[in-house]
Design a protein around this ligand. Structure first.
Ligand code: SF4
Ligand code: SF4
Length: 381
C-alpha cells in the first residue's frame, strides 16, 4: 500500500570523492569511508521498484556526499531513474571527463557543477586536489555535447563561497553564462552535521574545533553565532530533512538524513528490508535528532536566509576592509553599478577602512555604499 507522502530520494552511487575540499567530511583524515564502493544498476532498480510501490517520489538525486562520476555506470543509473518516470539529478565537481557525453545523452533533468574559483590558485585551495582548467575544459565539452544532442538537461553551476574566492565568482558566472548554464551560489558551511553539533555543543569543544580547523574557520562565511541567536522561533517546526527525504548510501542503506555523514553512526536500516512506514518510525526515534532540533539546526538553510544576510554581508565587508578597500572611492559604471574589476581590486587597496569592522549588523543593512556592491557577492539566495 502506498503511503500518502511525497519523498525526494538522495542516493550516493559511489562512496568516496576524488577531491578533498576542506569543508567536506570526505577530506577528513578520520573519514570512516575508505574504500570506493559503487552502486550497481540492479540494486538501484530494486530500490526504485520498492519505493514506487510504497510512496510518491518527487525527485531522485544520484549524489549526497560522493562524486557520482566515480561510478562508470552512471549513465545506466540515470536511465534506470528515467525508466521509472522520475526526474533525476546529478551533481559533480567535473574533474572527471569520462562519461560526460553518455550522461548528457541519458538526459537527467538537472546537472549541477559545483565549483569554488575561476583560477587554479583559488580553486585548488577550496576544491583541494582539483584542477579548474580541467573543469573549464569539461564545462565546454558538456556544453557542446548538450547542444549537439539537443539535450533538455538543465545545467547549473553552484559556486560555493568562502572568504577568498568571492572575487572570482564574477568570472565564473560570466563563463557559465557564455555556455548557456544557469548559475547559483551557496555558502560553504561546517559539515557534516555531527561536526557542527560538536562545535555548537559547548565552549570547550568549540575552542578545540576552531583550533583543529583553524584554516577553515578563517575562510568560512557562515555566521554560526548569529544562527544560534536566531534559531529559537524555528525549533517548533518539523524537520523536513527527516520527513521528506530518504537518503541512501551506495550499499542501499538508509542514512538518518542528508546532513550527517558517518555511516557507522547514522545507518538506520537496509532500504530493501524494511517498509517505508518502518523506516519513518526508525528515523523519528533517533536520539541524535533531539540535540539538533533543540538547537534549531534542523531548519538550517531553509528559513534563516534573509535574517542572516546582514551578518554575512558584514563578514564580507570586514574581509575587504581589512585588505584596505576604500568603499567610498570605487569607480562606477555609467548605470551606477560597480565595475566587476573593482571587486578584484578590493583586496589590493590600502588597509584603512577599519570603520566598517565596527559597524553593527543594523548599520550594515543601512549602509548605502555596501548595498551597491555586486549583489552576487553579498546575496544569500
Ligand atoms: S567535491 Fe564535493 S564531495 Fe568531493 S570533497 Fe569536495 S565537497 Fe566533498
Ligand atoms: S533533526 Fe537534524 S539530525 Fe535529525 S534528521 Fe533532521 S536535520 Fe537530520
Amino acid at each position: 500500500m502506498k503511503v500518502n507522502e511525497n519523498y525526494s530520494f538522495l542516493i550516493d552511487v559511489a562512496s568516496t570523492c576524488n577531491l578533498k575540499c576542506p569543508s567536506c567530511p570526505q577530506a577528513n583524515p578520520k573519514n570512516p569511508v575508505r574504500r570506493n564502493e559503487l552502486m550497481e544498476p540492479e540494486l538501484l532498480d530494486s530500490i526504485l521498484r520498492k519505493a514506487t510501490s510504497e510512496c510518491q517520489i518527487s525527485f531522485v538525486y544520484l549524489y549526497n556526499w560522493a562524486e557520482p562520476f566515480l561510478n562508470p555506470k552512471l549513465p545506466d543509473l540515470i536511465d534506470i531513474v528515467n525508466s521509472h518516470n522520475i526526474p533525476c539529478g546529478v551533481s559533480s565537481n567535473l574533474n572527471i571527463r569520462r562519461n560526460i557525453d553518455r550522461v548528457v545523452a541519458s538526459n537527467p533533468a538537472n546537472f549541477v557543477i559545483s565549483t569554488s574559483g575561476f583560477n587554479q590558485h583559488t580553486y585548488g585551495k577550496m576544491h583541494a586536489a582539483g584542477n579548474v582548467e580541467r573543469v573549464k575544459e569539461n564545462m565546454i565539452w558538456l556544453s557542446e555535447v548538450r547542444k549537439n544532442t539537443n539535450s533538455r538537461t538543465r545545467v547549473e553551476v553552484n559556486y560555493i563561497r568562502y572568504l577568498g574566492n568571492l572575487d572570482e565568482l564574477v568570472l565564473m558566472r560570466k563563463f557559465a553564462a557564455s555556455l548557456g548554464f544557469f548559475f547559483r551560489q551557496s555558502i560553504a558551511a561546517l559539515f557534516p552535521l555531527e561536526r557542527l553539533l560538536k562545535y555548537l555543543s559547548d565552549s570547550q569543544k568549540k575552542e578545540r574545533t576552531i583550533d583543529e580547523e583553524k584554516e577553515l574557520f578563517e575562510i568560512l562565511l557562515f555566521p554560526y553565532e548569529e544562527l544560534m541567536q536566531l534559531s529559537g522561533p524555528f525549533k517548533r517546526f518539523p524537520c523536513s530533512y527527516r520527513e521528506e527525504q530518504i537518503v541512501l548510501n551506495s550499499r542501499g542503506q538508509v542514512q538518518l538524513c542528508c546532513l550527517v555523514f558517518d555511516p557507522t553512526r547514522f545507518t538506520i536500516t537496509d532500504f530493501l528490508s524494511d517498509s517505508i512506514e518502518r523506516i519513518r518510525e526508525l528515523k523519528r526515534g533517533q536520539d541524535f535528532c533531539k540535540s539538533c532540533i533543540e538547537k534549531g539546526i534542523h531548519t538550517l538553510g531553509l528559513r534563516f536566509g534573509p535574517n542572516l544576510r546582514p551578518v554575512v554581508l558584514k563578514k564580507v565587508a570586514d574581509y575587504y576592509s581589512e585588505a584596505g578597500v576604500d568603499f567610498h572611492n570605487l569607480p562606477r559604471t555609467s548605470n551606477g553599478l560597480w565595475f566587476d574589476r573593482s571587486v578584484r581590486l578590493l583586496k589590493e587597496s590600502a588597509r584603512r577602512s577599519i570603520v566598517l569592522r565596527r559597524l553593527t549588523r543594523e548599520a550594515v543593512t543601512r549602509f548605502p555604499v555596501l548595498k551597491r556592491l555586486p549583489g552576487d557577492i553579498l546575496s544569500l539566495e
